[in-house]
Design a protein around this ligand. Structure first.
Ligand code: ZN
Length: 357
């Protein structure tokens, strides 16, 4: 499916923590990979990274976008006996945190820790036994016994992530931390690769944007979309696969792992681009699934489409189980189809392409 170099790139992307606001190490890896498939790369002040493939100045510019950051935690408080209380960075779920291993990052490097879990034999209501913990109830043990010792290793405000990395469950299914949305950066980089390999058919300019700070409000995408004002944008992120036990599909839609990327309809999704993508999927025989937007897409699409005078945008997503957990799970077949669909949609665009309704 993917060549070894691609798989190594994915492993490296996932293995490099990029919690919100601290994305730069992951961005270096992304830029290094995509530079082979683009004419130029650049970054802005907050670290959003971009690669460019140029045809000429007279044709429209289409942006492919994904976010580079992952959710995480942050050091909030250190007790006199050296235990560290966390808060969330983005939408991290406190109810799954206990008994996990974490890394805490700062200028001096990384510090290992474990999130304490009182033994089942010792649990009572006073130490949270039987209760879903909030972040204020969660603490990290880094093996020290005083606040002074802890402060030699970490400081208030240091970002924290789980240590889980990428693993294959079988030939098709991958699992790991931060597939949301390191896998999107992987997808736009490979869409660029595919476009570059078919550059003779390319009639528009392409920008690939890997944005920072999506998980706390889509800020990186806002800055870069405003700066570059592309003529249209195709955004990719993960979406909830709803094919596991206990999910109400009437409420959350019916999305299956392995049945193809999803195309979202409504809201920020521009009707004409959605139509173009649907046509490309049909012609290239790529399976897609459909999703409805109620109010917001919950992705960078919401940050991009309304910039300045409006940027016609569309969202194609990768189905993902167990979102915002360290065992996020996705299908490599869906990923390959997502990449092909993005690349073919760009290659289908014309030099006089205008998206109107
Ligand atoms: Zn995401």
């Amino acid at each position: 499916m993917f060549e070894t170099a691609s798989f190594e790139f994915l492993e490296k992307l996932i293995a490099t923590p990029s919690p919100v606001g601290y994305e730069s190490e992951g961005q270096k890896i992304w830029k290094e990979f995509i530079s082979a498939y683009s004419d130029a790369t650049e970054s802005d002040a907050y670290g959003s990274a971009m690669a460019r493939l140029t045809v000429n100045n007279d044709v429209p510019t289409i942006m492919l976008e994904a976010h580079a950051d992952e959710i995480g935690m942050v050091v909030q408080h250190i007790s006199d006996d050296g235990f560290i209380t966390l808060n969330k960075l983005g939408g991290s779920d406190s109810t799954i945190a206990r008994a996990k291993r974490v890394n805490i990052f700062n200028k001096r490097g990384r510090v290992s820790g474990v999130i304490g879990n009182t033994a089942i034999h010792l649990q009572d209501t006073k130490n949270g036994g039987g209760k879903q913990p909030a972040w204020k109830d969660i603490y990290v043990d880094i093996g020290v016994s005083s606040k002074e010792e802890a402060l030699e290793l970490v400081q208030i405000g240091d970002p924290v992530t789980y240590i889980d990395e990428l693993e294959l469950l079988n030939d098709e299914i991958i699992t790991g931390r931060a597939l949301d949305n390191r896998i999107g950066g992987f997808a736009i980089a490979h869409a660029m690769k595919l476009i570059k390999e078919n550059k003779k058919d390319l009639k528009v300019n392409v920008l690939a944007l890997n944005s920072v700070q999506e998980e706390i409000g889509g800020f990186g995408a806002r800055m870069m979309a405003y700066r570059h004002m592309p003529d249209a944008a195709i955004v990719t992120d993960v979406t909830h696969a709803t094919d596991t036990p206990g999910i109400n599909q009437k409420e959350h839609g019916s999305i299956k792992l392995g049945e193809g990327p999803t195309l979202q309809h409504g809201g920020a999704n521009h009707i004409a681009i959605v139509e173009l993508i649907e046509k490309v999927a049909f012609e290239k025989k790529i399976n897609i699934q459909h999703e409805a937007t109620s109010i917001r897409t919950g992705t960078d699409t919401d940050s991009i489409f309304f910039q300045r005078t409006g940027i016609p945008s569309a969202l194609i997503s990768l189905p993902l189980r167990y979102m915002h957990s360290p065992v996020e799970t996705a299908s490599l077949i869906d990923l390959e189809n997502l990449i092909t669909l993005m690349a073919e949609s760009v290659l289908a665009m014309q030099p006089d392409q205008v998206f109107t309704v």
